[in-house]
Design a protein around this ligand. Structure first.
Ligand SMILES: Cc1cc2nc3c(=O)[nH]c(=O)nc-3n(C[C@H](O)[C@H](O)[C@H](O)COP(=O)(O)OP(=O)(O)OC[C@H]3O[C@@H](n4cnc5c(N)ncnc54)[C@H](O)[C@@H]3O)c2cc1C
Length: 321
Protein backbone atom coordinates (compact mmCIF):
# COMPACT_ATOMS: atom_id res chain seq x y z
CA UNK A 1 0.00 0.00 0.00
CA UNK A 2 2.65 2.49 -1.06
CA UNK A 3 2.15 6.15 -1.90
CA UNK A 4 2.22 6.41 -5.70
CA UNK A 5 3.62 9.43 -7.54
CA UNK A 6 3.58 10.23 -11.23
CA UNK A 7 7.02 11.60 -12.15
CA UNK A 8 7.00 13.46 -15.47
CA UNK A 9 10.05 13.42 -17.70
CA UNK A 10 11.09 15.15 -20.89
CA UNK A 11 13.43 13.39 -23.31
CA UNK A 12 14.36 10.91 -20.59
CA UNK A 13 15.18 13.55 -17.97
CA UNK A 14 13.09 14.14 -14.86
CA UNK A 15 12.06 17.73 -14.41
CA UNK A 16 12.60 19.54 -11.11
CA UNK A 17 8.84 19.32 -10.50
CA UNK A 18 9.11 15.49 -10.79
CA UNK A 19 11.83 15.43 -8.14
CA UNK A 20 9.75 17.74 -5.97
CA UNK A 21 6.66 15.48 -6.14
CA UNK A 22 8.94 12.48 -5.48
CA UNK A 23 10.30 14.20 -2.32
CA UNK A 24 6.76 15.04 -1.29
CA UNK A 25 5.46 11.49 -1.86
CA UNK A 26 8.29 10.25 0.35
CA UNK A 27 7.18 12.75 3.02
CA UNK A 28 3.60 11.38 2.95
CA UNK A 29 4.89 7.79 2.88
CA UNK A 30 6.92 8.51 6.04
CA UNK A 31 3.83 9.95 7.73
CA UNK A 32 1.86 6.82 6.81
CA UNK A 33 4.67 4.36 7.62
CA UNK A 34 4.89 3.07 4.05
CA UNK A 35 7.04 3.38 0.93
CA UNK A 36 6.97 5.67 -2.12
CA UNK A 37 6.57 4.23 -5.63
CA UNK A 38 7.02 6.33 -8.78
CA UNK A 39 5.31 5.72 -12.11
CA UNK A 40 7.64 6.65 -14.96
CA UNK A 41 6.18 6.75 -18.47
CA UNK A 42 8.83 6.30 -21.15
CA UNK A 43 11.16 7.81 -18.55
CA UNK A 44 14.92 7.69 -18.34
CA UNK A 45 17.55 7.04 -15.73
CA UNK A 46 15.85 6.50 -12.38
CA UNK A 47 18.88 7.34 -10.18
CA UNK A 48 17.58 10.86 -9.52
CA UNK A 49 14.23 9.44 -8.34
CA UNK A 50 15.97 7.15 -5.83
CA UNK A 51 17.98 10.13 -4.64
CA UNK A 52 14.72 11.93 -3.84
CA UNK A 53 13.14 9.26 -1.67
CA UNK A 54 11.57 6.88 -4.19
CA UNK A 55 11.81 3.21 -3.13
CA UNK A 56 10.50 1.64 -6.33
CA UNK A 57 9.96 2.81 -9.91
CA UNK A 58 7.34 1.23 -12.16
CA UNK A 59 8.73 1.80 -15.65
CA UNK A 60 6.06 1.94 -18.34
CA UNK A 61 7.46 1.78 -21.85
CA UNK A 62 4.74 2.02 -24.46
CA UNK A 63 4.68 3.63 -27.91
CA UNK A 64 1.03 4.64 -27.46
CA UNK A 65 2.25 6.91 -24.64
CA UNK A 66 4.94 8.54 -26.79
CA UNK A 67 2.90 11.74 -27.18
CA UNK A 68 0.82 13.16 -24.37
CA UNK A 69 -2.72 11.81 -24.28
CA UNK A 70 -4.46 12.61 -20.98
CA UNK A 71 -6.88 9.71 -21.09
CA UNK A 72 -4.22 7.11 -21.93
CA UNK A 73 -1.82 8.49 -19.30
CA UNK A 74 -4.62 8.44 -16.69
CA UNK A 75 -5.39 4.80 -17.56
CA UNK A 76 -1.73 3.83 -17.24
CA UNK A 77 -1.32 5.57 -13.87
CA UNK A 78 -4.61 4.06 -12.62
CA UNK A 79 -3.41 0.56 -13.48
CA UNK A 80 -0.16 1.19 -11.62
CA UNK A 81 -2.10 2.53 -8.61
CA UNK A 82 -4.33 -0.54 -8.55
CA UNK A 83 -1.37 -2.92 -8.87
CA UNK A 84 0.35 -1.19 -5.93
CA UNK A 85 -2.86 -0.93 -3.91
CA UNK A 86 -2.00 2.76 -3.52
CA UNK A 87 -4.43 4.83 -1.47
CA UNK A 88 -2.62 8.14 -2.04
CA UNK A 89 -1.50 9.31 -5.48
CA UNK A 90 0.59 12.45 -5.94
CA UNK A 91 0.73 14.54 -9.12
CA UNK A 92 2.34 17.90 -9.90
CA UNK A 93 0.32 20.88 -11.07
CA UNK A 94 1.87 20.96 -14.55
CA UNK A 95 -0.53 21.58 -17.42
CA UNK A 96 -0.43 17.87 -18.35
CA UNK A 97 -0.93 16.69 -14.78
CA UNK A 98 -3.94 19.00 -14.45
CA UNK A 99 -5.48 17.24 -17.48
CA UNK A 100 -4.69 13.82 -16.06
CA UNK A 101 -5.94 14.37 -12.49
CA UNK A 102 -9.73 14.45 -13.03
CA UNK A 103 -9.59 11.51 -15.45
CA UNK A 104 -7.53 9.55 -12.94
CA UNK A 105 -10.04 10.48 -10.22
CA UNK A 106 -12.80 8.93 -12.36
CA UNK A 107 -10.75 5.77 -13.05
CA UNK A 108 -10.04 5.28 -9.33
CA UNK A 109 -13.26 6.77 -7.89
CA UNK A 110 -10.92 9.02 -5.94
CA UNK A 111 -11.23 12.49 -4.42
CA UNK A 112 -8.82 15.06 -5.84
CA UNK A 113 -7.37 18.11 -4.06
CA UNK A 114 -5.48 20.52 -6.32
CA UNK A 115 -3.04 23.34 -5.41
CA UNK A 116 -1.84 21.63 -2.24
CA UNK A 117 0.94 23.54 -0.49
CA UNK A 118 2.44 21.14 2.03
CA UNK A 119 2.37 17.77 3.70
CA UNK A 120 -1.09 16.69 4.95
CA UNK A 121 -2.10 18.27 8.24
CA UNK A 122 -3.14 14.72 9.17
CA UNK A 123 -3.47 11.46 7.25
CA UNK A 124 -6.47 10.12 9.19
CA UNK A 125 -8.65 12.01 8.49
CA UNK A 126 -6.72 13.01 5.35
CA UNK A 127 -6.56 16.81 5.45
CA UNK A 128 -4.45 18.97 3.13
CA UNK A 129 -3.80 22.71 3.00
CA UNK A 130 -4.48 24.32 -0.38
CA UNK A 131 -4.44 27.78 -1.88
CA UNK A 132 -7.83 29.29 -2.66
CA UNK A 133 -9.24 32.37 -4.43
CA UNK A 134 -6.24 32.74 -6.77
CA UNK A 135 -3.74 32.44 -3.92
CA UNK A 136 -5.38 35.03 -1.69
CA UNK A 137 -6.34 32.51 1.01
CA UNK A 138 -5.69 28.99 2.24
CA UNK A 139 -8.26 26.29 2.87
CA UNK A 140 -7.97 23.00 4.72
CA UNK A 141 -9.64 20.25 2.69
CA UNK A 142 -10.47 16.76 3.86
CA UNK A 143 -10.44 14.05 1.17
CA UNK A 144 -12.94 11.49 2.34
CA UNK A 145 -12.72 8.88 -0.44
CA UNK A 146 -10.79 5.63 0.03
CA UNK A 147 -8.30 6.62 -2.69
CA UNK A 148 -6.96 10.16 -2.56
CA UNK A 149 -5.25 12.23 -5.27
CA UNK A 150 -3.09 15.18 -4.26
CA UNK A 151 -1.93 17.85 -6.74
CA UNK A 152 1.16 19.57 -5.30
CA UNK A 153 1.73 23.20 -6.30
CA UNK A 154 5.09 24.02 -7.85
CA UNK A 155 7.77 25.08 -5.32
CA UNK A 156 5.35 24.33 -2.47
CA UNK A 157 7.51 21.62 -0.90
CA UNK A 158 11.01 21.79 -2.37
CA UNK A 159 13.51 18.99 -2.92
CA UNK A 160 14.67 16.52 -0.27
CA UNK A 161 17.72 14.57 -1.31
CA UNK A 162 18.34 11.17 0.28
CA UNK A 163 21.05 8.58 -0.13
CA UNK A 164 18.55 5.95 -1.32
CA UNK A 165 18.36 4.02 -4.57
CA UNK A 166 15.14 2.93 -6.23
CA UNK A 167 14.39 -0.62 -7.35
CA UNK A 168 13.09 -0.62 -10.92
CA UNK A 169 10.36 -2.84 -12.38
CA UNK A 170 8.93 -2.89 -15.88
CA UNK A 171 5.17 -2.45 -15.77
CA UNK A 172 2.96 -3.39 -18.72
CA UNK A 173 -0.32 -1.53 -19.23
CA UNK A 174 -3.43 -2.30 -21.27
CA UNK A 175 -4.63 1.01 -22.72
CA UNK A 176 -7.41 -0.32 -24.96
CA UNK A 177 -8.30 1.98 -27.84
CA UNK A 178 -6.25 5.22 -27.67
CA UNK A 179 -7.22 6.46 -31.12
CA UNK A 180 -9.71 9.12 -29.90
CA UNK A 181 -7.19 11.96 -30.03
CA UNK A 182 -3.90 11.74 -31.87
CA UNK A 183 -1.18 14.41 -31.78
CA UNK A 184 0.12 14.60 -35.34
CA UNK A 185 2.98 17.01 -34.83
CA UNK A 186 4.32 19.44 -32.25
CA UNK A 187 5.95 22.68 -33.39
CA UNK A 188 7.57 24.63 -30.60
CA UNK A 189 6.74 28.34 -30.95
CA UNK A 190 10.03 29.34 -29.36
CA UNK A 191 13.20 27.89 -27.87
CA UNK A 192 13.00 30.28 -24.94
CA UNK A 193 12.59 29.08 -21.37
CA UNK A 194 8.87 28.45 -20.76
CA UNK A 195 7.29 30.47 -17.94
CA UNK A 196 5.86 27.30 -16.36
CA UNK A 197 9.31 25.63 -16.16
CA UNK A 198 11.33 28.72 -15.28
CA UNK A 199 13.28 29.04 -12.05
CA UNK A 200 13.66 32.77 -12.74
CA UNK A 201 11.20 35.06 -14.53
CA UNK A 202 12.06 38.60 -15.67
CA UNK A 203 8.83 40.50 -16.19
CA UNK A 204 8.13 44.03 -17.33
CA UNK A 205 5.15 46.35 -17.53
CA UNK A 206 3.86 49.55 -19.01
CA UNK A 207 6.63 51.48 -17.26
CA UNK A 208 8.88 50.43 -20.14
CA UNK A 209 6.97 52.83 -22.42
CA UNK A 210 7.12 50.77 -25.62
CA UNK A 211 8.09 47.45 -27.23
CA UNK A 212 11.38 48.91 -28.51
CA UNK A 213 12.68 48.96 -24.93
CA UNK A 214 12.51 45.24 -24.27
CA UNK A 215 16.07 44.54 -25.40
CA UNK A 216 17.42 45.12 -21.88
CA UNK A 217 14.76 42.78 -20.46
CA UNK A 218 15.68 40.06 -22.97
CA UNK A 219 19.33 40.60 -22.10
CA UNK A 220 18.69 40.17 -18.38
CA UNK A 221 16.68 37.00 -19.08
CA UNK A 222 19.53 35.64 -21.24
CA UNK A 223 22.14 36.30 -18.56
CA UNK A 224 20.01 34.65 -15.87
CA UNK A 225 18.66 31.78 -18.02
CA UNK A 226 15.21 33.16 -17.24
CA UNK A 227 11.84 33.31 -18.96
CA UNK A 228 10.41 36.69 -19.96
CA UNK A 229 6.93 37.76 -18.92
CA UNK A 230 4.80 40.89 -18.89
CA UNK A 231 1.73 42.57 -17.43
CA UNK A 232 -1.65 42.35 -19.14
CA UNK A 233 -1.74 45.85 -20.70
CA UNK A 234 1.63 45.16 -22.30
CA UNK A 235 0.31 42.12 -24.14
CA UNK A 236 -3.04 43.85 -24.85
CA UNK A 237 -1.10 46.68 -26.53
CA UNK A 238 0.73 44.11 -28.64
CA UNK A 239 4.13 45.06 -27.18
CA UNK A 240 4.71 41.42 -26.19
CA UNK A 241 3.09 38.09 -27.16
CA UNK A 242 -0.01 37.04 -25.23
CA UNK A 243 1.81 33.93 -24.02
CA UNK A 244 3.93 36.21 -21.78
CA UNK A 245 0.98 37.78 -19.93
CA UNK A 246 1.01 36.70 -16.29
CA UNK A 247 -1.53 37.29 -13.56
CA UNK A 248 -5.08 36.39 -12.67
CA UNK A 249 -6.16 36.25 -16.30
CA UNK A 250 -2.77 35.15 -17.62
CA UNK A 251 -0.25 32.46 -16.74
CA UNK A 252 0.51 31.70 -13.11
CA UNK A 253 4.15 32.02 -12.05
CA UNK A 254 5.66 29.96 -9.23
CA UNK A 255 9.31 30.73 -9.86
CA UNK A 256 12.13 30.90 -7.32
CA UNK A 257 12.82 34.47 -8.38
CA UNK A 258 10.38 36.92 -10.00
CA UNK A 259 11.83 40.26 -11.12
CA UNK A 260 9.16 42.88 -11.89
CA UNK A 261 10.30 45.95 -13.79
CA UNK A 262 7.98 48.93 -14.32
CA UNK A 263 4.94 46.99 -13.10
CA UNK A 264 2.65 48.74 -10.61
CA UNK A 265 1.58 45.60 -8.72
CA UNK A 266 -2.18 45.64 -9.30
CA UNK A 267 -4.05 42.94 -7.39
CA UNK A 268 -4.84 41.05 -10.62
CA UNK A 269 -1.13 40.88 -11.45
CA UNK A 270 -0.11 39.83 -7.94
CA UNK A 271 -2.75 37.08 -7.89
CA UNK A 272 -0.85 35.21 -10.58
CA UNK A 273 2.68 35.63 -9.28
CA UNK A 274 2.46 35.49 -5.50
CA UNK A 275 3.41 31.80 -5.35
CA UNK A 276 6.89 32.86 -6.45
CA UNK A 277 9.45 32.59 -3.69
CA UNK A 278 11.46 35.80 -3.94
CA UNK A 279 10.08 38.92 -5.60
CA UNK A 280 12.29 41.83 -6.68
CA UNK A 281 10.67 45.06 -7.85
CA UNK A 282 12.19 47.92 -9.83
CA UNK A 283 9.89 50.95 -10.02
CA UNK A 284 10.44 54.73 -10.03
CA UNK A 285 7.40 55.35 -7.84
CA UNK A 286 8.14 54.56 -4.17
CA UNK A 287 4.36 54.36 -3.59
CA UNK A 288 3.86 51.60 -6.21
CA UNK A 289 1.77 48.85 -4.54
CA UNK A 290 4.21 46.16 -5.72
CA UNK A 291 6.74 47.26 -3.07
CA UNK A 292 4.38 45.96 -0.35
CA UNK A 293 4.47 42.47 -1.89
CA UNK A 294 8.22 42.54 -2.68
CA UNK A 295 11.10 40.91 -0.84
CA UNK A 296 13.57 43.39 -2.36
CA UNK A 297 12.82 46.70 -4.02
CA UNK A 298 14.79 49.25 -6.00
CA UNK A 299 13.23 52.70 -6.35
CA UNK A 300 14.52 54.25 -9.53
CA UNK A 301 14.34 54.57 -13.28
CA UNK A 302 14.38 51.17 -15.00
CA UNK A 303 16.26 52.67 -17.93
CA UNK A 304 19.16 53.51 -15.63
CA UNK A 305 19.01 50.52 -13.30
CA UNK A 306 18.46 47.58 -15.65
CA UNK A 307 21.51 48.21 -17.92
CA UNK A 308 23.72 48.67 -14.82
CA UNK A 309 22.31 45.52 -13.24
CA UNK A 310 22.92 43.61 -16.47
CA UNK A 311 26.58 44.66 -16.48
CA UNK A 312 26.98 43.58 -12.85
CA UNK A 313 25.24 40.25 -13.50
CA UNK A 314 27.46 39.59 -16.53
CA UNK A 315 30.60 40.38 -14.52
CA UNK A 316 29.43 38.18 -11.64
CA UNK A 317 28.67 35.31 -14.02
CA UNK A 318 32.03 35.62 -15.75
CA UNK A 319 33.86 35.65 -12.40
CA UNK A 320 31.97 32.59 -11.17
CA UNK A 321 31.90 30.33 -14.21
C1 LIG B 1 -10.67 41.63 -14.67
C2 LIG B 1 -9.24 42.10 -14.76
C3 LIG B 1 -8.24 41.15 -14.91
C4 LIG B 1 -6.91 41.57 -15.01
N1 LIG B 1 -5.93 40.61 -15.14
C5 LIG B 1 -4.63 41.02 -15.15
C6 LIG B 1 -3.58 40.06 -15.23
O1 LIG B 1 -3.81 38.85 -15.30
N2 LIG B 1 -2.31 40.51 -15.24
C7 LIG B 1 -1.99 41.85 -15.17
O2 LIG B 1 -0.80 42.18 -15.20
N3 LIG B 1 -2.97 42.75 -15.10
C8 LIG B 1 -4.27 42.38 -15.11
N4 LIG B 1 -5.26 43.33 -15.06
C9 LIG B 1 -4.87 44.75 -15.18
C10 LIG B 1 -4.39 45.33 -13.85
O3 LIG B 1 -5.50 45.80 -13.10
C11 LIG B 1 -3.44 46.52 -14.09
O4 LIG B 1 -4.09 47.48 -14.87
C12 LIG B 1 -2.15 46.11 -14.79
O5 LIG B 1 -1.53 45.04 -14.12
C13 LIG B 1 -1.19 47.28 -14.82
O6 LIG B 1 -0.10 46.95 -15.63
P1 LIG B 1 1.29 47.69 -15.41
O7 LIG B 1 1.67 47.60 -13.99
O8 LIG B 1 2.23 47.17 -16.45
O9 LIG B 1 0.96 49.19 -15.85
P2 LIG B 1 0.72 50.51 -14.99
O10 LIG B 1 -0.36 50.33 -14.01
O11 LIG B 1 0.62 51.61 -15.98
O12 LIG B 1 2.07 50.65 -14.14
C14 LIG B 1 3.31 50.98 -14.70
C15 LIG B 1 4.31 51.10 -13.56
O13 LIG B 1 5.57 51.40 -14.11
C16 LIG B 1 6.20 52.35 -13.27
N5 LIG B 1 7.15 53.10 -14.10
C17 LIG B 1 6.88 54.06 -15.03
N6 LIG B 1 8.03 54.47 -15.60
C18 LIG B 1 9.03 53.77 -15.01
C19 LIG B 1 10.43 53.77 -15.15
N7 LIG B 1 11.06 54.56 -16.05
N8 LIG B 1 11.15 52.93 -14.37
C20 LIG B 1 10.56 52.11 -13.45
N9 LIG B 1 9.23 52.08 -13.29
C21 LIG B 1 8.49 52.91 -14.06
C22 LIG B 1 5.06 53.22 -12.73
O14 LIG B 1 5.44 53.84 -11.52
C23 LIG B 1 3.96 52.20 -12.55
O15 LIG B 1 3.99 51.66 -11.23
C24 LIG B 1 -6.59 42.94 -14.96
C25 LIG B 1 -7.61 43.89 -14.79
C26 LIG B 1 -8.92 43.47 -14.69
C27 LIG B 1 -10.00 44.50 -14.50
Amino acid sequence: MSVLVYTESENGTYKKTALEVASYAKGIADMMGTTATAVAINGGDTISLGAHGIDKVLNITNDALGDFNASAFAKAIAQAAKAEGAKVIVLSQSANAKYIAPLLAIELEAGYASNVVGLPESTSPFVVKRTAFTNKAFSNTEITTDVKIVGLGKNAFGLNETSGAAATEDFAVDLGDTSGVKVQSIDKATDKVAIADAEIVVSAGRGLKGPENWEMIEEMADILGAATACSKPVSDLGWRPHGEHVGQTGKPVAANLYIAIGISGAIQHLAGINSSKTKVVINNDPEAPFFKAADYGIVGDAFEIVPKLNEKLKAFKAANS
